[in-house]
Design a protein around this ligand. Structure first.
Ligand code: ADP
Ligand code: ZN
Length: 610
């Protein structure tokens, strides 16, 4: 069968005007009966790669997906675009399952979503042979690899696809694949000379900012004040801090919900569902939150503490902006976070695991402190070179991260280290510099040192940062001890002797930097009042149908409507995310709402013109 032109189908079914990178090639390969293997980041648009072939081909495509909670969403989303789909998993009642099988038998279904357990159950292969599937798709394919982080033994049975179904293409997708895991996937699935794609992991619509944490509560409130009503996630490390931040936000009128392992399943589900259904604006969560979240319109991810490692940080920030619209990632951190993580790592019993955790933490710290493009650093960590000299979407490239000459400050801090024999931690050194009167200072008679109080003009936070920067730039070294003790290096001595200067990132002391600057391309101007009304309409419809609002229309679609003010079906089809099916179901109500709004506007203009 010659491959049909795909763009018209993309636009008619999904309402999208262009493919995302690699989508078209992947769809074409599947339609040409080739196996494919695609490594694409979150938000890359993997599901479309098998949903579109399902529309074009006759028969039924079989999709294996590991999370039953997400499966329902995936099926709802496919059905919402008019692609008839069902699930087969253990969560179904006897009747639901019988109904699903009947629909498949009658040929009324294009996609069947199957859990790996069901796939591995006795007799399932024989059942599949009676269909047989027009193609297989494997979502989260890294679950087949013991080297991956989500190994699922049942995934091993998926090798049956290629062994038992000679002419049926298998398409495997994952967002996390080190080369080792990638090879493992190809081998275990037995992919036959697959068409391979490794997409860039750059998330161009995300901006990255790293901000010294001074007063997190105030900093978060400032940040949120500028993103009124925008859905977002705040990550914190402990249950206690999740609770504290949630109450703080709620006290300030922000509709926030907590999420952590100390809550009951029911409580957690409620927080997650409230978030998915736009019934709350913010979820404050530990990293337990996220696996089951595919909400596309998360507009920001804020980390209130330094994450343990960069993989985690990338995964968590990756939950922002899956819909491709601009979204922000801000990371607040300070020395206290680092000390806490160090203590945590030190308590790891197994020495190999401990060392691995420590190495990962060091990479994370280096990322947070380094004076270089965040995007380039992040991509480099995943083995990808970022070709641009500046990304235009991080605090460094936007010039928000200011630098200052800190030679004199460096000299003061270095000499305090030397005077105390390079034997004290950053906190104590900072105390000496500000001239503090602590028990420890009196005990060691450090109040008698000439350096005691030489840094009185700045606060302790500042001095801790100076010391941090000295360590990053190699003017002082902390070694591997459990409590980092900075000791002056040869380079430090050169600065002390005035042979070399020292510059460091200036922190935004008392300055609001998290909220400034629109780095990612700003959304085009649109009528915000109409947008708000359309959102209300969407919420109403979603409640009627028991769907999350984003499955009715994405934010982007509503914004487009509020910009283009479509007056008829043809104009509405020009809106991104409006395909033939959604037009048929929702077109009328949305056109009516827009019409009413336009009339009210016209009346308003008339009366004010008098
Ligand atoms: P992934 O599974 O790779 O994380 P999804 O398949 O969930 O990504 O897609 C992420 C979002 O991008 C969804 O909201 C989807 O509708 C949207 N999307 C996918 N392909 C396109 C496209 N070609 N144009 C516009 N939006 C798209
Ligand atoms: Zn940058």
């Amino acid at each position: 069968m010659p491959t049909p032109r795909l763009e018209p189908i993309l636009s008619a079914v999904f309402g999208f005007s262009a493919f995302r990178p690699h989508q078209k090639e992947l769809v074409s390969a599947i339609l040409e009966n080739r196996d494919v293997f695609a490594v694409m980041p979150t938000g890359g648009g993997k599901s479309l790669c098998y949903q579109l072939p399902a529309c074009v081909r006759g028969g039924v495509g079989v999709v294996v997906s590991p999370l039953i909670s997400l499966m329902k969403d995936q099926v709802d989303a496919a059905n919402a675009n008019g692609i008839p789909s069902v699930t087969l998993n253990s969560a179904l009642s006897e009747k639901e399952r019988a109904d699903a099988y009947r629909l498949v038998r009658r040929g009324n279904v294009r996609l069947v979503y199957v859990s790996p357990e069901r796939f591995n159950s006795p007799g399932f292969t024989e059942y599949l042979k009676t269909l047989p599937p027009s193609f297989f798709a494997v979502d989260e394919a890294h679950c087949i690899s013991e080297w991956g982080h989500d190994f699922r033994p049942d995934y091993l049975s998926l090798g049956m696809m290629t062994r038992e179904f000679a002419g049926v293409p298998v398409a495997a997708f994952t967002a996390t694949a080190t080369p080792r895991v990638a090879e493992d996937i190809v081998e275990r699935l037995g992919l036959r000379d697959p068409f391979r794609v490794r997409a860039s992991f750059n998330r161009a619509n995300l901006t990255y900012r790293v901000i010294p944490k001074e007063d997190l509560g105030r900093q978060l409130l400032d940040f949120l004040r500028e993103r009124e009503g925008e859905p977002g996630i705040v990550y914190r490390t402990t249950r206690k801090s999740v609770e504290a931040t949630t109450s703080l936000l709620r006290r300030h009128g922000i509709n926030a919900r907590p999420y952590h392992a100390g809550m009951t399943d029911a409580e957690r589900t409620r927080s997650q569902e409230d978030f998915r259904h736009d019934r709350c604006q913010v979820v404050v969560a530990t990293i337990a939150f996220g696996m089951g979240i595919d909400k596309p319109n998360v507009r920001f991810v804020a980390h209130g503490d330094l994450p343990k490692n960069l993989e985690g940080y990338y995964q968590e920030t990756g939950r922002a902006g899956r819909d491709g619209e601009p979204a922000r990632c801000v990371l607040f951190h300070n020395n206290g976070d680092i000390a806490q993580l160090l203590r945590f790592n030190a308590a790891v019993g197994d020495p190999v695991a401990r060392e691995a955790a420590q190495a990962q933490l060091n990479d994370m710290i280096a990322f947070a402190r380094a004076d270089r493009c965040r995007r380039a650093a992040l991509l480099e960590y995943f083995g990808e070179a970022y070709p641009e000299p500046a990304c235009g979407g991080c605090d460094i490239c936007l010039g928000e991260a200011e630098r200052e000459d800190a030679t004199v400050a460096a000299q003061k801090a270095l000499s305090a280290m030397i005077r105390t024999g390079n034997r004290f931690g950053a906190n104590h050194i900072a105390d000496i510099l500000v001239g503090a009167d602590t028990e420890k200072i009196r005990k060691y008679r450090h109040n008698e040192l000439p350096t005691h109080g030489v840094g009185r003009d700045r606060d302790k936070t500042y001095w801790r940062r100076v010391i941090e920067a000295l360590v990053v730039k190699g003017l002082a070294a902390t070694g591997d001890s459990r409590y980092p003790i900075p000791a002056v290096t040869d380079r430090g001595w050169r600065v002390l002797r005035g042979e070399e200067g020292f510059r460091m990132l200036r922190a935004a002391e008392g300055k609001r930097s998290a909220g400034r600057g629109e780095a990612a391309p700003a959304a085009k101007p649109y009528d915000r009042n109409l947008f708000a009304r359309l959102r209300q309409l969407r919420t109403r419809l979603a409640e009627e149908k028991g769907l999350p609002p984003y499955m009715i229309f994405a934010d982007r679609a509503l914004r487009d409507m509020a910009r283009l003010l479509p007056g008829n079906e043809r104009e509405l089809l020009a809106v991104s995310g409006v395909g033939a099916y959604k037009l048929q179901i929702y077109g009328g109500v949305f056109l009516r709402e827009i019409g009413l709004y336009k009339k009210a506007l016209a009346r308003g203009a008339e009366s004010s013109g008098k």
